[in-house]
Every structure is written in structure tokens, then in C-alpha cells.
Design a protein around this ligand. Structure first.
Ligand SMILES: Cc1cc2nc3c(=O)[nH]c(=O)nc-3n(C[C@H](O)[C@H](O)[C@H](O)COP(=O)(O)OP(=O)(O)OC[C@H]3O[C@@H](n4cnc5c(N)ncnc54)[C@H](O)[C@@H]3O)c2cc1C
Length: 456
């Protein structure tokens, strides 16, 4: 299997376009960041659960391994295969909206954008979300995609049911009432247990969130971190390396009225400042690393305070057009501030040049076996680097600090951990691998990444 680093970095993981019959010949698939590329033997894009099941059955008969890809927003080679790559685009759309139960069931290849827009049109919403909504629902839950929350957790934690195509092509329906053990594991499973064909999410009546964004000094935000988390439903902050500057964001439910960002302001802040200008300064910093600290000081001061009130997905998510690579670790909540101080001191004492802010978020403890927040109140620290800029030394230092603090890597973001570390880090790791042994003894759904993180 090849997961070759590549510098070409296509704009999306969509090189292998399936033909009208949903099949295509050998072409290259790349992830969003452009650091993973693979040429699978076959690429298929089924449009129904039955067609998906038939695809898996045929692949197994032909001795091909199978992997489903989402939109390639993972930085790890979690979705690559040298065998049969299942692409998501034709397996999309809402299958059932049940207002009484407070659930929506969508096909696995539906993007979060499609889901959010459909829910908003029906006056409904997810409870919490990550930073963007380009991913597929199945890709996002399969790696533990999360936002920030005091009591509301990751997307996988909002899943109440799923349909799984197993290695023999059979279809297994799972929820807390049906195949409960598989359900718990399959909610966050890196495609290791089978191919998800549909997911059911808990939804609630649409609500408004007031976002308050405000610059804060590093010392103050770290001193008051516990209080800021306790006082806000969704608290997060960004720290700009080489500076003492942070930008904080508090999102809390509001009675309204809605007061979205004026279109021009939203465009200026999100597109021009956060994306357009940031693209320019990032490439300048990559070309002339000595300028990075000065650029960081300017960037950290460029963001001013703002408050707005809008429906949830417009507050939680924003476009990310500047290409980067990322590592993120989930730490016990109480370790986040000491780890962040260590990271700051490490950057200050080193020759590292870091042009991208570090993002800090939180999650409540949950009970999903492979969730990075399994069994403990969690804080996430994410480090980024502009695509193409040298990241190795920075990520190695960050990873050393975060693993020393008991960190667990995000399954979809760069890391070097293997099964021996992960088994010790996840109390329910053995439960997950036993279910995997039962559902996929031949490792039809395996690849090199899964071999590293699960040990075979
Ligand atoms: C710009 C950007 C912003 C991001 N923001 C956040 C964030 O705020 N929070 C966060 O936690 N993460 C974030 N991520 C990471 C991202 O959410 C995850 O990597 C996510 O898994 C990507 O979803 P995808 O649809 O692209 O799936 P892919 O990356 O294509 O695949 C991910 C995994 O899902 C599996 N999979 C996909 N479809 C299926 C299926 N039908 N059945 C079984 N397995 C399947 C794949 O095999 C693979 O193992 C971000 C990434 C980027 C590039």
C-alpha cells in the first residue's frame, strides 16, 4: 500500500472521479492537505446500501482490501487503500427526518454542509460541531471530529444509530437497543469494522448562539482557563506562537434576536483577514522564516473583538482556505495549561518558526471506546503548519510534550503513536480490537495506518 507524501496538494481529495456506472480505473486520490496520495486498484461510488454491500462482497471475493474515503480531510493516511476505494459522493442525502424522536438519518457520504443546511431548513440543528463542514458525516465521526464544549461532545457522541456493511457484505443495524456493543465501537472506528452506509444523529430544535470573540493575554487566558470553560457552553482560544497574544471565542445560547455578522464584515474578517491575508503572510513566512515572529505579532493584533448572534452552524464553522497540516492531542483537562506553557517556552527557546496559531478546545468525558475524550474531561491542543513549511521539529516537540502529559492523538491528524502507546492510553482499546477481530478477522478493511495504530 502506498501513502506517499506529495507536495502537489490538489484542492480536494477528488482526483479519481467515478464514471456514470460509479466505477473508475486506477487514478490517484489525494487528501485535502496534499500530504497523502494513493492509486487504488479500483474506485467505486455506489449510490445505495445494496450496491455498497455488493461492492464489498465482490472486493472480498477478488481478494481486494476495501476502504471508504470521505472528503479526504484527514491528515493521516486513514482512508487510503491499494485495493478498492469507495467514494462517498453518490451515497448522499437525508433518508429520514423524525421530529418526534428528534433524529435525522443520512446516507454516509452526506457532507456536514448538506446536513446542516437541510436541518436549518427544517428548523433543526446538531448540538455541537467542529470548525468546518466540508467533511462527510461518516468520515467526520470515524476519526472523532469534535468542536469545543463544556457538556456537549463530539459528532460521534451525537450519533444514535448506524448501518454497517460488514466484511461478508451483510448489513448490520446498530444502536443502543440493537447490536449495542458494535454500535459503541462503530461510532468511532476509522472504517476498521466495516463501511458505514447511513448514520442517525440526535437533533434539536434550532437555537441561537451568541459568539463573543476577544483578544486576551496568554497569561490571563491560561490563568482563567478553568473559569472560562466553566462559564461558557463553548469556549476556545487560539494562541499565536512568538507572541503573548491569544484570541478567545465564547459561544453561548441566546434568546436572540439573531444578529449575524454583516455580510461585508463577515467577508472581511473570515475571507480576507483569516483566509486571504493569512494565505499571503503564510507563504511569505514559509519563504523567509526569519520574518515569522514579526508576522505573528502583526497577525495576533489584527483580530479585534466582535460579537454576533446566529444559528449554530454559522457560529461554529467557518471556511478554511489556507492549506496546512495539523497535529492535535487530547489531554486530561488539568494538563492543558501546563502543557501549553511548556510548548510556549519550547518555541521561545528554540529556533522554531511557527506562523500558525495553536488552537485549544475542550470536551466532556464520553464512553465511546476510541474517543479521544473516553473516560476523562478533555482539553485539545492543536498545532498547525503552513503546507510546505518545515513542520517536523515543531511537531516532534509538541508531540513529546503532549504525550508526556498523557495525550491521545486525534485519529485523523498527524502523529507518530503506535498500538503499544494507544493500548495503554485507552482503557477500552481491548474491547475495540476484540470486536474488530470478530467483524473483520481477514482485515478486509485494513491498511498500513490501521496496522500501526491497532498492531495488525
Ligand atoms: C481544514 C480542516 C479543518 C478541520 N477541523 C476539524 C475540527 O474542527 N475538529 C476535528 O476534530 N477535526 C477537524 N479536522 C479533521 C477532520 O474532521 C477529520 O480528519 C475527518 O475524519 C475528515 O472527514 P472526511 O470526510 O474528510 O473523511 P476522510 O478523511 O476521507 O476519512 C477519515 C476516516 O473515515 C473513514 N471513513 C470515511 N467514510 C467511511 C464510511 N462510509 N464508513 C467507514 N469509514 C469511513 C475513512 O476510511 C478514514 O479512516 C479538520 C480537517 C481539516 C483539513
Amino acid at each position: 500500500m502506498s501513502a506517499q507524501p506529495t507536495s502537489s496538494g490538489r484542492s480536494e481529495g477528488r482526483d479519481a472521479r467515478p464514471g456514470r456506472n460509479g466505477r473508475s480505473s486506477r487514478t490517484t486520490w489525494r487528501n485535502w492537505a496534499g500530504n497523502v496520495a494513493v492509486a487504488p486498484a479500483r474506485t467505486v461510488s455506489p449510490s445505495t446500501t445494496e450496491a455498497l454491500a455488493e461492492t464489498v462482497r465482490r472486493a472480498a471475493e477478488d481478494g481486494l482490501r476495501v476502504k471508504a474515503a470521505g472528503t479526504g480531510h484527514s491528515f493521516t493516511p486513514a482512508a487510503v487503500t491499494d485495493g478498492m476505494l469507495i467514494r462517498p459522493e453518490r451515497l448522499a442525502g437525508v433518508r429520514k427526518l423524525d421530529r418526534d424522536a428528534g433524529t435525522v438519518t443520512v446516507a454516509a457520504g452526506t457532507t456536514l454542509k448538506q446536513l446542516n443546511e437541510t436541518l436549518a431548513a427544517a428548523g433543526l440543528s446538531l448540538t455541537n460541531m467542529g470548525d468546518i463542514m466540508e467533511q462527510t458525516v461518516s468520515g467526520a465521526v470515524s476519526t472523532g471530529t469534535h468542536g469545543t464544549g463544556r457538556t456537549s461532545a463530539s459528532l460521534a457522541a451525537q450519533v444514535t444509530g448506524l448501518e454497517l456493511v460488514c466484511a461478508d457484505g451483510s448489513v448490520l443495524r446498530c444502536s443502543e437497543q440493537e447490536n449495542a456493543e458494535v454500535f459503541a465501537a462503530a461510532r468511532l472506528s476509522l472504517g476498521a469494522l466495516g463501511v458505514i452506509s447511513e448514520l442517525t444523529f440526535a437533533v434539536e430544535p434550532e437555537f441561537l448562539l451568541t459568539a463573543r470573540e476577544e483578544p486576551m493575554h496568554f497569561e490571563q487566558v491560561t490563568a482563567e482557563f478553568d473559569q472560562l470553560v466553566a462559564e461558557n457552553e463553548h469556549f476556545e482560544f487560539y494562541w499565536f506562537p512568538h507572541t503573548d497574544g491569544c484570541n478567545t471565542k465564547r459561544n453561548n445560547r441566546s434568546d436572540g434576536p439573531a444578529k449575524p455578522l454583516p455580510r461585508v464584515r463577515g467577508w472581511v474578517d473570515d475571507e480576507l483577514l483569516s483566509n486571504g491575508v493569512f494565505q499571503g503572510v503564510s507563504s511569505l513566512g514559509a519563504a523567509v522564516p526569519a520574518l515569522v515572529p514579526a508576522i505573528a505579532r502583526v497577525s495576533s493584533r489584527a483580530l479585534s473583538a466582535r460579537t454576533y448572534t446566529d444559528i449554530p452552524y454559522r457560529v461554529f464553522t467557518s471556511p478554511r482556505r489556507v492549506r496546512f497540516i495539523e497535529m492535535e492531542y487530547a489531554l486530561p483537562r488539568e494538563a492543558a495549561v501546563p502543557a501549553l506553557w511548556e510548548l510556549k517556552q519550547t518555541v521561545e527557546r528554540s529556533r522554531l518558526r511557527v506562523g500558525f496559531p495553536v488552537e485549544i478546545r475542550t470536551a466532556p468525558a464520553d464512553g465511546i471506546p476510541l474517543s479521544t475524550a473516553n473516560g476523562r474531561e478533555t482539553a485539545y491542543i492543536a498545532v498547525h503548519m503552513y503546507r510546505g513549511a518545515p513542520h517536523e521539529a515543531y511537531f516532534a516537540e509538541a508531540e513529546r510534550i503532549m504525550t508526556a502529559h498523557g495525550g491521545r492523538p486525534h485519529w485523523g491528524k498527524m502523529h507518530t503513536r503506535d498500538a503499544s502507546h494507544l493500548a495503554a492510553s485507552y482503557p477500552q482499546f481491548g474491547e475495540f480490537t476484540r470486536i474488530r477481530d470478530r467483524l473483520d478477522p481477514q482485515r478486509i478493511f485494513g491498511n498500513d495506518y490501521l496496522r500501526r495504530v491497532f498492531g495488525d
